[in-house]
Design a protein around this ligand. Sequence first.
Ligand code: LLP
Length: 407
Amino acid sequence: MSPHLSKEFLVQLGDQYGTPLYVYHAEKIKEQFEKLKAAFSGGDTRFFYACKALTNINVLKYINSIGCNVDCSSGNEVLLALRAGFPANRILYTSNNIAFSELEAVASHGVNINIDSLSNLRKFGLKFGSSYPVGIRLRPNIMAGGNLKIATGHESSKFGIPIEQLEDILDLIRETGITIRGLHIHTGSEIKDVSVFLQGVEILFGLADHFPELEFLDLGGGFKVPYKPGETGTDIDLLGKKLAEAVTSFERRMNRKIQVWFEPGKFLVSECGFFITQVNVLKPTRTINFAGLNTGLNHLIRPMFYDAWHTIENISNPSGPIKKYNVVGNICETDTFASDRELNEIREGDYLVFRNAGAYCFEMSSNYNARLKPAEILIKDGRPRLIRKADVFEDLLRNQVILDEGV
Ligand code: LLP
């Protein structure tokens, strides 16, 4: 049975730890990982959790403990992954427009590296020659992803080396002797259509001949998860089946073996997360019923930034009559979480819980309006554990230098 946190339990957590509060359910992460393994069991597949979605060190440790690898987008994420106990060979670093010094620092740990520009590929090749084989991130010129901000593979995207620059890559290999062991693409986030992934892998198959040392094709992340009731995500079972067929026929044709890598972020952690908030103020107006929360876009930016839908439930009054609300925050600019949303009747003080609050929620939070970041809780084996304390006032001043002489 799918792991589940009851409404009563979430209310208890709100009472015990205070709100706003991020809650993550470890067993749900495991369930998602098991789904991935089962769906792609027809081939030689490796999964690297895109930890940019949620980097709490305890979540990283848990992900390590269930045998999933990790994908990092910055030198600091690599350091966090090492601190969480991942060995270097289970860490992948997929860079984007970073200083060469960061690549050098990351390479000193011996992790797997994908390089996304000709400029850095050249510097890396000149420094390491064939001694440090790498993957290269390519731009496949495919438009995909839930919205333009999270579409990364299209023709005007800054990400990766455009595939039409293949000759330049080959020149660099000849010039520096660098070994290319992987080809990477990440076309976007929230890609529902399995044919996008298949189209991507076919593009990589078409290039494989130029890279005799190739060990893996990395298709990035981007699996869609359901956010709205009744919505479906990427059909990973279908994708797994189709991909296995495509890879088998490629392997036969080329007479070589190839691994497929994925870097799922949302798929692993989106649904494990719950954001518990409390209603400060009810403001009925002529046209709209506002429910004003004790949080805002500073804690959960996805609705305002991506027009993202998060399912919201009134866990304090689950059988109250249904009414329509605009659920809004307490920040000094428009921060609407949901408009015209049907919810069980809200009273001031009620807890509203946001679902899908695991991926890119706490991780993208800020101290805007000098508000404090919330605490994070991890539930494992039914037991809640505090994994981040809420900010206190002093945190706001922690890195500020208070000039003695005044300003
Ligand atoms: N690999 C690479 C190279 C990526 O850039 C990303 C996400 C992933 C993997 C993981 O993608 P996922 O499986 O989570 O879709 N903040 C946005 C999403 C930004 C994704 C950035 N890159 C949001 O909240 O929707």
